[in-house]
Design a protein around this ligand. Structure first.
Ligand SMILES: [Zn+2]
Length: 472
């Protein structure tokens, strides 16, 4: 649809903020201008796209993606990641501050990311900063430049250039983030618990699982919540894998601690009991745990205890995964820890959500509205509502497909979902009213945190929209 000309998208299954229903959605100049009863707008208002029974969802917002460019572009780059995202119905990604070189722990590191991402983003793109030992003085500068918050690791991150924080560093980082009003996002595993766990290398997943026990998560979350209580910082627990942390989070919320949490499609859809020996595509940290734990995560999700379900897409090259089909040893202890799934999160979660009696509106809350709220983009992203960017997905909830890793847009053809049949197929993705075509020129924009005051955004496409009220 041409920019400027009004368009109506019609669906019998539009997921609006108040639920799923038949609707017409009017789009002009990249925004949604109104929603109306099904069949009521098209005759007068402009070009019509009638999706029939195919669902219309707001574009997904994935706030946990490791793009790795510059520096490790062979693992994943902006072009491949954002094409995969668009093909998977994701219209906004917030990129993690590590695995690229340099990491996003300085303003110069952020500028390097922004420069290299320029002209390569098929969807909208924001950036997290990193809080590491020794960079407290950079946090306010990065915050002003528009990062959405700061990631810290409580245990080794897996890459040398992004060291983890000890208790004293965490306290200093959280105090500074409380002062400047930033969101602290935390990889919560406790290094002492990990060090004390049995380390048995090899191809057996159960040995890897024993090396990353649930206690590592509960211990780390307990420390984090203590520090949040003392500093008043707003904290977000990344990729909760163990349901044992949920009571701690509930108690902290009751005590007034500002804490949110996310989980990931792989923790909700995969289970330790069914990870094949040597299949290191399944390795991530914290690890995929057992079936009973998975059921408990679903229960918490249904109860609103997770603000977001996001991918933690963290690929590497197949050789670093030590995959047997690439001649690797299949050793879980030595393989790179990270799951590639950016293009598959929506159908993976929908397949399991539907089986458990959830509707599309639930999936939209977990994967679009919730993560938009987490990063303060409510009002522009995460809903089909007047005033929002026309970021939309045509999703066939009944369409099934068998996953072939080589058919994905990810840079490397590795994913634990390979060979699975998933339900739900993305038919089209629109970014600000224009259909995304992976073969055409990209028109994604770089986003900054609302109310940031960037001085060095190099991009003419940098997208700065102020909103009336700070939501963080
Ligand atoms: Zn991650």
């Amino acid at each position: 649809m041409p920019f400027g000309q009004p368009t109506v998208i019609r669906s019998r299954r539009a997921v609006l903020p108040d639920g799923e229903r038949p609707a017409d959605v009017l789009i002009q100049d990249g925004r949604i201008t109104r929603t109306a009863p099904h069949g009521s707008l098209a005759a007068r208002e402009g070009e019509l796209v009638d999706l029939g029974d195919t669902a219309l969802l707001p574009g997904l917002v994935d706030t946990h993606v490791h793009v790795n460019e510059p520096g490790r572009t062979e693992w994943e780059g902006f072009a491949t990641a954002t094409r995969a995202a668009a093909a998977g119905g994701v219209t906004t990604v917030v990129d993690m501050p590590l695995n690229s070189i340099p990491p996003t722990t300085t303003v110069a590191g952020l500028a390097a990311k922004r420069k290299v991402a320029e002209g390569q983003a098929w969807i909208d793109l924001g950036f997290w900063g990193g809080a590491v030992p020794g960079n407290v003085a950079e946090l306010e500068l990065l915050h002003r430049e528009g990062v959405f918050g700061f990631k810290s690791f409580l245990a080794p991150s897996g890459v040398d250039e992004f060291p983890h924080v000890e208790a004293v560093d965490l306290e200093a980082a959280l105090a500074e983030q409380a002062r400047i009003g930033a969101l602290a996002i935390i990889h919560a595993e406790d290094p002492a618990v990990l060090a004390a766990a049995p380390q048995q290398p090899g191809v057996h997943y159960r040995d890897f699982l024993a090396s990353r026990p649930a206690d590592a998560e509960t211990e780390a979350v307990a420390h984090l919540l203590d520090a949040a209580r003392r500093t008043g910082a707003r904290v977000h627990v990344l990729h909760v894998s163990s349901a044992a942390v949920l009571p701690l989070l509930r108690q902290a919320r009751e005590d007034g601690v500002r804490v949110t949490a996310e989980t990931c499609p792989h923790y909700l859809t995969l289970a330790a009991e069914r990870v094949p020996d040597g299949d290191t595509a399944f390795k991530c940290c914290p690890p995929i745990r057992d079936e009973a734990n998975r059921d408990a995560l679903w229960e918490a999700l249904a109860n609103g205890e997770f603000i977001a379900v996001v991918s933690d897409h963290s690929p590497s090259t197949p050789d670093l995964k030590l995959l047997p089909e690439y001649g690797g040893s299949g050793d879980f202890a030595a393989a790179w820890g990270g799951i590639a799934s950016l293009q598959l999160g929506l159908p993976a979660v929908w397949t399991e959500a539907r089986r458990r009696g959830h509707g599309l509106a639930d999936v939209v809350r977990w994967m679009s509205a919730g993560p938009a709220e987490l990063v303060g983009l409510t009002g522009t992203k995460g809903a089909i509502a007047a005033g929002h960017d026309a970021d939309l997905v045509a999703f066939d909830p009944d369409g099934g497909f068998a996953v072939r890793a080589s058919g994905l847009h990810h840079r490397n053809p590795v994913t634990p979902y390979a060979g699975r049949t998933l339900t739900g197929a993305v038919r089209a993705t629109w970014l600000r009213g224009r259909e995304v075509d992976p073969a055409a020129r990209p028109f994604g924009r770089q986003l900054v945190r609302p109310h940031a005051r960037p001085t060095t955004v190099p991009s003419a496409r940098a997208h700065i929209r102020t909103r009336p009220k700070e939501s963080q």
